[in-house]
Design a protein around this ligand. Sequence first.
Ligand code: NAP
Ligand code: MG
Length: 405
Amino acid sequence: MSEKIRVKTPIVEIDGDEMTRIMWQMVKEKLLFPYMDIHSEYYDLGLKNRNETNDQITIDAAHAIMKYKVGVKCATITPNSGRVEEYGLKKQWSSPNGTIRGILDGTVFRAPILVNNIRPSVKTWKRPIHIGRHAYGDVYKNQEIKVPGPGTGELVFTPRGGGEPIRKVIHEFEDPGILQGIHNTVPSIRSFAASCFTYAMDQKIDCWFGTKDTVSKIYDAEFRKIFDEEYEANWKDKFKEAGIEYFYTLIDDAVARVMKSGGGILWTCKNYDGDVMSDMLASANGSLAMMTSVLVSPHGYFEYEAAHGTVQKHYYKHLAGEKTSTNSMALIFAWTGCLKKRAELDDTPEVGEFARKVEDAALETIESGIMTGDLMLVADPDPNNRRVYTEDFIDHIKQNLEKKL
Ligand code: NAP
Ligand code: MG
């Protein structure tokens, strides 16, 4: 290859922590920067720098995505008390993903990377099932009471600025029990619906949504109603033109149908359903390291990342001088996803074409039997299968990529 492929607009590059930070560097230096002329707007969200900047760097990174529309993010540590001590933190900083999502107002979609020698547990799944989780409210922002004994459990809404409160009796307790209050908001649900339809349109796949509105006639019914309104008002014609559908059904029917589907759909889920079902999908597809993730905001911002964390255990081995066999697939696909989106927005098809070559080279590497340890456990048994170290895996991908250029 003679000349580098030029990426017109800067890429918002958000670096992170531990083993993923190590792999991030390798992916960039081996698979991308030798072939592409990328201007990176670099934000170091490594925990040390977040601490030094009082987490301002995270806010700056989110604003950079607002400016350029597209970013790629490495996994980052969400500090707990152990991390505060380990890194000598000034305080227990919030989850960077939470902060960025709060600023961009988006929904996280996940999709597995499929290869022909790792079969999903569900044999009808031929194409990826994408999943979108409403990451606001419901049981994740609840209030709970442990009821000590007989009494009245009530739900009360008090209007601000006067007016009669609305009250409903939840249960007349005769015995000790438990009580829970949950909420959601119309703007959050509407923004979720808009993100889901944006993603389905972007991927050109059908959008499925399920709730329990037969039982929850106000709460879940509101989700259904808002999705219907958003679809009718802004998406119906676009979907028709793209040959895709929006399909609503009860959540239990949705689960049953997903298990018999051929995949190639976006499954949009309420918060709890998405929490549970995304783990089911990840495990049914073999490995968390084969799961991509993208934050899509209804305002047209996209942030690509791997679904997994910083792979802390492998990092400690790495620090101890041991070689690890850590899978960089999801990180690679975060970069290629970002580049493909950039290509689309900049109208530079050569950038998208290169990204696809990187993806093909990576898929072919695994399909030829060269894989990291996590995949050895789930791939079809074959005498050719070979477990390789972190860096060797990326070198093999590079060799395959070179053949395509
Ligand atoms: P994790 O990093 O996803 O790793 C959990 C386990 O999954 C690993 O120990 C490893 O299993 C396996 N694994 C995950 N990714 C792998 C890969 N690429 N290659 C091979 N194996 C892989 O989750 P965690 O250990 O619970 O979290 C570590 C840190 O990540 C935490 O500080 C957390 O806050 C952060 N985190 C960040 C994000 C994000 O930024 N999006 C998401 C989740 C967690 P084996 O050890 O069995 O090999
Ligand atoms: Mg979960």
